[in-house]
Structure formats: structure tokens, C-alpha cells
Design a protein around this ligand. Structure first.
Ligand code: TTP
Length: 690
């Protein structure tokens, strides 16, 4: 559902940067002899020359389109060079493009807040940089203006083609201009410089839109391609928006857009202007009504999020026509490849960026075998993500089975072994809800590991980090990750749910032969923004046995090693396993059984203020308690061990009493007058009434 956000300030400077025929440029950098020639990147599946996924501008001038297959492209443009997308594990391997995208992001993020929106798109908030330029070196004070700035397209400027450059120069240097437009002019300088820098350092060209909000910047970036930039001055917003077909607007490609057309007769954004905010609210609810009223006027308060890393990882493949998957064995074979790839990417993300993903989602499209099923979509399913190929595969299979059961609920006979009742035409896995592991996280693991000199490899360190993040139950975004991670490593689950969200990350994975998706993309203006897969989880499956389940993780040597073995090793080394277990067990965390992911996080958070949950020794030898205060904001307290009332030990579970006593022994106080309370938290609380 769209969210109506008021604009924080109408003098922001926002840019949307979009790479030109991106995959082609990446391939041309690899093979420079292709430069300047009509070129296209084709999918892995070579049927009819393979589907085109990226087309160079030279090829476009011959009429080659992305909707074509290689053979058709050849007939339209015989000299076209077709480059096949790299392949790994029997499917497209997009890492070369992802890495190239990261190179660009690293450059663009030098001038302001940067949000990586897809494999080749970035939003930038350049307000600060533009304000700085305006106060220090305003455009009108410059004697020389770079040609790239003068080549900008400024919407609303009307001049004879031969005079356009002069008109742009004048617009940029107007000393009497509105401050908001002056800032946009500064934005044009900054973006031109960034684009030139990208070209110099990566050899890639890109196009950009510069406006005072994300929506307008995005609309503008595609208006003049390749290698150009477009500015949207305030006065031009109305004329930019008015003629746009309503269904082309972001979030209006679906039901809402349909209803606007069918129920209100709104075909263009301009048509929407006739409706009052009240009328739209009456029809679509307060939030959506206001959002619609806003977009008709170019109002959009979405912030540029600070995110240079992808929001999710996805991998998948399509199996069109006769290639559809019809047996569980075939599904397992492919899920195994996807799990391996996903696990590797998650590990790299963890190692390089210290991030963990929390949700695993399986998406599929099913072959429409019977009339009744043709109406039914294969439901996407999600569960908490557990690290390691084996775990991911196991969970993915469970998710698939749950989805299939639901999909076939009307014809149960078809379910099970190889049968003609179903066929999967598209299968993919994604890892989402990625969060940073908080730096400086203190946990019981870290506390005990400070003496551990034996673990020196990065892998080993990361394994510990996962474990410790899981151990520490916090509030806020991290709470989920930590408690989930604990589950990922220890408790296999088969929680499944219906995920109504469309998986935009599929676009990012560029599933082979996904011609339907290509159409979708064109239809909805395809921002390819990686949407957060907000996926409520309902436990509709019995929990699997969690005790003794081997969570497979890679050890320092790259081999698989079980989490249990690792835990045992720790126990032997440090004799701390019982307390670790106490803090790790789900009993301790009292996790809800029937909650959505979000609800679960909430419950976990609130459980921090409950009994002993969320109370763990800190690095400094204290006890860290993370809980919510009355105002629901996070409260993070470190308690010194010598401030803990030894009497509370009696209230702790038996299995850890011994160990806590051992901590307290050196700090034992002669005069122990603290009152007993009903919970550990109470005793650990700095506000307790002594
Ligand atoms: P786009 O930005 O949509 O297109 P593009 O960069 O090729 O060309 P343009 O200059 O018009 O922006 O997509 C970025 C890359 O994503 C593209 O090079 C190939 C890939 N892609 C797919 O794999 N499948 C798709 O359906 C689309 C649209 C893109």
C-alpha cells in the first residue's frame, strides 16, 4: 500500500541515476571490441537465440527491442553481437553485473546520502552538497561552466534547438531565481561531475534526473538517455505529470490504478487533479487518498535511505513450457543449487558487510494444469532464515511443500510424486530483511570469548558473531535478527505463510526467459526497486525437533561443521555451555508460537523486559540488559557484576545458578542487604529500590 508522506522540505535536491543499457556496458568493458557495435545480452536459455535482456543504443536504432529473442534481433539487425549472460550452476550468474553496480555506487556515494535502488539504479540526496555550493560558489559566479552541465535538459525551457544551450546556461546562472531552483541548478553541476567521474573510473555511462523529490527525479532520469541528465524545475512539475498515463506511475500499475481508471475515469495523472483530497480519501481511505492527491501534484516525501548495499538477495530460474519442473526430485535439485548460491552470497555479505538476513522466501509460478487451478496462484512462502546451504535447502523444500499443498488443495490427488497435475514454471529463493549486526555488540559469547586466543580466522570470528548476535535479545530492528539467527542456527522450523507481496527482487535476479516479467516491468515503469518483502509468518506447521539438529556452518577451512559440535567445543574449552544454553533456549526467550515475523519481533523485544531474557554479561564484565522503557524506546543498561545482588541467584534457573555464583564469588559483599524481588530484571535494574 502506498504511504502518504509529507515533504520534509521542498528545497531538497534529489537525483536518480540510472545506468545505460547496463549489462551491455559491462560486457563491452570486458570485450572492448564490442564498443560502438550493436550489441545485446541474451539469457542463458538459447531457445530461438535466447531472450534479450539488455540492448545497446546502437542496436536500438536498428529497431532491436528487449522483447525480442536473439534470432529475431539478428533478422532486424544482422550485425548485432549477442553476448550470453555468464552461467554458473546451470543458470545465469549475475555477480559480474552486481559487482559492476557496486563500483558505481561507491563513486556516487561520495557526494551525499546514497540509496541503491536496484542493480543499476541509485537515489542520491544532494541537498547538503548543493547548499554548500550555493553558498560558496553559486553558478552565477562561475566563469567557466562544464559542457556536461550545459548539456542538461531543463524541463520547461523552450528555445530553438540552436539556442537551447544558451537557454540552459541562462537558467542555470539566473541570479534572481527562486532558491529552490538555484539549488536544483547546483544539483545539475554535482550530478554532471559525478557522472563524469563514473565514466572515468568505470567506463560506464549513466543518465540522471534531478528534482526536489524521489518520484520526480526517477521520472526524469529516463527522459533523456543515454548519458544525459534532466532537471525538473518547480514550474515544470505540472506539465511533466499531467499527460502521464496513470498506470505508468509507480504503485499504480495494479488494482489501484485499475480502480482509478474504471471507477473514476482517471487515465492520466492530470485527470486525478479534478478530485479533492476528501473525495479520494472517501473512496480509498485516508492514507491512500492523500497519497493520490499528493502524487497528482508531484508531492512525495520519501526520504533517500542510506543504503549502498542490496536490500535482499535473490536467485531463481524459469522453466518455460516443456521444461517445467514436475517432480519433487527436480524441485529439490534446483533448490539445492539456489540454496548453495544464496548461502554463499549471504556468507560474503556477512563477512564483508557484517549483515544478516532474517527471512527466507520461496516464490514459484505453477503450470496451469486444469481449469480450476489456472485461476490459482502458487502462494509465496516465507520462514525465518537459517544460515548454511543444508538448512536453507531444508527450509526451502518445506516452504515449497507447504505452497504446493495449498496450491493443490482443490485436487489433492495431484500432490506428491511425479505426476502430471502440476508443473513449476518459475522457482526462486530470496533472503530478505537484512540488518546490520550492531557494532560493539556485547553478548555472553563475547564475554566468554575474550579469553579465547585460539580463534583467529575471519570465518571463525564471523561464526561467533552470528552466534552472539543470536544470543543477545535486543529491541529494535536488531532484535529480530538476533533472535532469528539463534533459530537459524539452532532450531529448524517450518513456519510458512502466504506472502501476498510481489517479488520485485525477481527482477533483480533477472530470471532466465522471464519474458512475462519483462513485460510487467515495462508496464509498471519498472523501477526495479528492491522492495522489502514484508512477510508475516504464521506458524502453520509443527515445529521440527530442534534439539541436536546440526546447523551446518562453514568452518575456517571452508568445510562444513555443525553448530552443535562447535558449541561442544566451546563448552569443553570454557565450561560455559549451560549458561549459554540458558540464554539461547527458546524457553528463555519465550518466543511466540503463532505470530507474524513482525509480531514475533515485538514479542521478543518485550520479552527483554521480562524475566531473565535480554540480560547477558557484557564484555566489560558487567551484565547488559536490553529492554524497552515505558516510552517504548530502547533502554540499554550495563550492570556491573559487583552491583548484582547475589540473592537473585536463587531465582535463576538451576542450571545456571552455579555459573552465576562463580562470577559473583570475587565480588561477594559482606553486607548483603538487597531485597529479593520477583524477577531477575528487577534485581538487575538500576532503578530498583534497595
Ligand atoms: P534497465 O535499467 O531497465 O535497462 P538497461 O540498463 O538495459 O537500459 P536503459 O538504458 O534503457 O536503462 O535494466 C538494467 C539491467 O537489468 C539491464 O541491463 C538488464 C537487466 N534486466 C533484466 O535482466 N531483465 C529485465 O527484465 C530488465 C528490464 C532488465
Amino acid at each position: 500500500m502506498p504511504v502518504a508522506r509529507p515533504e520534509s522540505s521542498d528545497s531538497r535536491v534529489i537525483a536518480h541515476v540510472d545506468m545505460d543499457c547496463f549489462y551491455v556496458q559491462v560486457e563491452q568493458r570486458k570485450q572492448p571490441e564490442l564498443r560502438g557495435h550493436p550489441t545485446a545480452v541474451v539469457q542463458y536459455n538459447a531457445w530461438k537465440g535466447g531472450g534479450l535482456i539488455a540492448v545497446s543504443y546502437e542496436a536500438r536504432s536498428f529497431g532491436v527491442k528487449r522483447s525480442m529473442r536473439g534470432d529475431e534481433a539478428k533478422s532486424v539487425c544482422p550485425e548485432i553481437q549477442l553476448v550470453r549472460v555468464p552461467v554458473a550452476r546451470g543458470k545465469a550468474d549475475l555477480s559480474i553485473y552486481r559487482n559492476a553496480g557496486s563500483e558505481v555506487v561507491a563513486i556516487l556515494s561520495r557526494k551525499g546520502r546514497c540509496e541503491r535502488a536496484s542493480i543499476d539504479e541509485v537515489y542520491l540526496d544532494l541537498t547538503d552538497a548543493a547548499e554548500k555550493m550555493l553558498s560558496e560558489t553559486p553558478p552565477e559566479s562561475l566563469e567557466v561552466i562544464d559542457d556536461e552541465v550545459i548539456k542538461s535538459h531543463v524541463l520547461g525551457i523552450s528555445a530553438e534547438p540552436s539556442d537551447v544551450r544558451q537557454a540552459v546556461r541562462e537558467w542555470i546562472c539566473r541570479s534572481n531565481a527562486d532558491r529552490r531552483d538555484k539549488l536544483l541548478a547546483c544539483g545539475a553541476f554535482i550530478v554532471a561531475e559525478l557522472r563524469m567521474q563514473v565514466l572515468k573510473e568505470t567506463q560506464f555511462s549513466c543518465s540522471a534526473g534531478i528534482a526536489h523529490n524521489k518520484m520526480l527525479a526517477k521520472l526524469a532520469s529516463g527522459m533523456n538517455k543515454p548519458a544525459q541528465q534532466t532537471v525538473v524545475p518547480f514550474v515544470s512539475i505540472k506539465s511533466l505529470l499531467e499527460p502521464l498515463p496513470i498506470r505508468k506511475m509507480k504503485q499504480l500499475g495494479g488494482k489501484l490504478g485499475c480502480s482509478l481508471q474504471d471507477d473514476l475515469g482517471v487515465n492520466t495523472v492530470g485527470d486525478l487533479l479534478q478530485f479533492s483530497e476528501g473525495r479520494l480519501q472517501e473512496r480509498y481511505g485516508i492514507n491512500t487518498g492523500t497519497w493520490l492527491w499528493n502524487i497528482a501534484r508531484g508531492i512525495n516525501g520519501d526520504e533517500v535511505e542510506s543504503r549502498v548495499l542490496p536490500k535482499s538477495h535473490g536467485t531463481g530460474k524459469t522453466f518455460p513450457g516443456l521444461n517445467c519442473l514436475k517432480t519433487i526430485a527436480a524441485i529439490e535439485r534446483w533448490l539445492s543449487k539456489f540454496s548453495e548460491e544464496l548461502a554463499e552470497r549471504l556468507e560474503v555479505d556477512l563477512e564483508q558487510n557484517k549483515r544478516i538476513a532474517q527471512t527466507l522466501t520461496l516464490h514459484a509460478s505453477a503450470h496451469k494444469a486444469t481449469e480450476s487451478q489456472s485461476q490459482k496462484k502458487f502462494p509465496s512462502k516465507s520462514c525465518p532464515l537459517r544460515y548454511g546451504t543444508t538448512k536453507i535447502l531444508e527450509d526451502a523444500l518445506n516452504l515449497f511443500q507447504a505452497g504446493l499443498r495449498e496450491y493443490l488443495s482443490s485436487s489433492s490427488k495431484a500432490y506428491g510424486n511425479g505426476c502430471s497435475g502440476w508443473g513449476i514454471t518459475n522457482l526462486s529463493l530470496s533472503a530478505s530483511k537484512i540488518v546490520d549486526i550492531p557494532s560493539g555488540t556485547c553478548s555472553i559469547m563475547k564475554y566468554f570469548h575474550t579469553q579465547d586466543q585460539s580463534c583467529s580466522s575471519t570465518k571463525e570470528f564471523n561464526d561467533k558473531e552470528i552466534f552472539e548476535a543470536a544470543t543477545l535479545s535486543t529491541s529494535g530492528t536488531c532484535a529480530g535478527s538476533e533472535s532469528y539467527l539463534m533459530k537459524h542456527l539452532q532450531e529448524p522450523q517450518t513456519e510458512c505463510h502466504e506472502d501476498g507481496t510481489k517479488m520485485n527482487t525477481l527482477m533483480q535476479t533477472h530470471l532466465e526467459d522471464e519474458s512475462r516479467m519483462f513485460e510487467d516491468k515495462a508496464q509498471t515503469n519498472f523501477s526495479r526497486e528492491i522492495s522489502s518483502l514484508s512477510t508475516p509468518v504464521k506458524k502453520n506447521e509443527p515445529q521440527l525437533d530442534s534439539v541436536g539438529e546440526d546447523a551446518v556452518i562453514k568452518d575456517a577451512a571452508g568445510g562444513n561443521r555443525s553448530r552443535d559440535q562447535k558449541g561442544k567445543a566451546l563448552k569443553e574449552k570454557q565450561g560455559t555451555s549451560s549458561i549459554l544454553q540458558f540464554f539461547q533456549t527458546k524457553n528463555c526467550f519465550q518466543e511466540p508460537k503463532e505470530e507474524s515475523v513482525n509480531d514475533m519481533q515485538e514479542t521478543t523485544e518485550s520479552s527483554c523486559s521480562g524475566k531473565a531474557d535480554g540480560t547477558v554479561p557484557s564484555e566489560s564484565g558487567g551484565i547488559r540488559s536490553l529492554h524497552r522503557g515505558a516510552d517504548q524506546s530502547r533502554v540499554d543498561c550495563i550492570y556491573k557484576i559487583d552491583e548484582i545482588d547475589p540473592n537473585v541467584v536463587d531465582e535463576l534457573p538451576r542450571e545456571i545458578q552455579e555459573e552465576v555464583r562463580a562470577w559473583l564469588r570475587p565480588q561477594k559483599r559482606a553486607n548483603n542487604t538487597m531485597r529479593r524481588g520477583s524477577s531477575i530484571t528487577h534485581y538487575f535494574s538500576p532503578n530498583k529500590n534497595l
